[in-house]
Write a protein that binds this ligand. Structure first.
Ligand SMILES: O=P(O)(O)OP(=O)(O)OP(=O)(O)OC[C@H]1O[C@@H](n2cnc3c(O)ncnc32)[C@H](O)[C@@H]1O
Ligand SMILES: [Mg+2]
Length: 203
């Protein structure tokens, strides 16, 4: 049976993200596929307003905007951290909790104070990926990694909420992981494996 997914056959791809940490990780994850990648920032593409109510909706909105503006296929990532004790917040608002200056010390402090001494420390990272073509076709994938939160933040690798997130089965935060170790297990890596299987690898 042939794959129901639209295959990626072009040789150039736009990463529809203005987040430097994400762009670094996505470039590393795409490296084995020999795709020439350019970021939305490099092309001077605008940052669309994220009006969706799910990670998938926002990933599709960002990928479609970049594909239309650039005339190239575009890959967007909408991701965030969900906290059990906060009923899933900050979730799709994870970037917005860091405020206009994108200060994650502020966002992390907000999570710490809102959780207070709630004994439930469980959290997860979610990553939705959308690959969109200029003709409007789109493919979507989602990955989740479970873990718990620890304060104060530890480690200077990664980005965003990495210094407070401890994935299940480890005692270190993602901020203390080497990049290659994070790529082996992260929410982004899980979503990427599905994307690669569906759209990049030969049938
Ligand atoms: O929308 P783009 O331009 O891609 O960049 P952004 O930073 O606004 O990205 P999102 O809207 O998807 O918001 C997700 C936020 O969740 C956080 N986040 C996502 N993945 C993460 C990861 O692997 N490690 C730590 N924090 C992460 C990070 O702080 C992001 O700013
Ligand atoms: Mg964003």
């Amino acid at each position: 049976m042939t794959s129901p997914h639209r295959r990626f056959t072009e040789d150039r791809l736009v990463i529809a993200s203005h987040n430097k940490g994400k762009v670094v990780e996505i470039r590393e994850l795409l490296e084995p596929f020999g795709v020439d990648v350019v970021s939305a920032g490099d092309l001077g593409l605008p940052e669309p307003e994220e009006t969706g109510l799910t990670f998938i909706d926002n990933a599709v909105l960002k990928a479609r905007a970049a594909a239309e503006a650039s005339g190239l296929p575009a890959l967007a990532d909408d991701s965030g951290m969900t906290v059990e004790a906060l009923d899933g917040a900050p979730g799709i608002y994870s970037a917005r909790w860091a405020g206009p200056s994108k200060d994650f010390a502020v966002a992390i402090e907000l999570v710490r104070t809102r959780m207070g001494d709630d004994p439930d420390r469980r959290g997860a990272f979610v990553c939705a990926l959308a690959l969109a073509w200029p003709d409007g076709a789109v493919e979507t994938f989602e990955g989740v990694i479970q873990g718990h939160l620890e304060f104060p933040p530890r480690g200077s690798n990664g980005f965003g909420y990495d210094p407070i997130f401890v994935p299940e089965g480890d005692s270190r935060t993602f901020g203390e992981f080497e990049p290659a170790e994070k790529h082996a297990i992260s929410h982004r890596a899980i979503a990427f494996r599905q994307l690669v299987r569906a759209c990049f690898e030969p049938d």
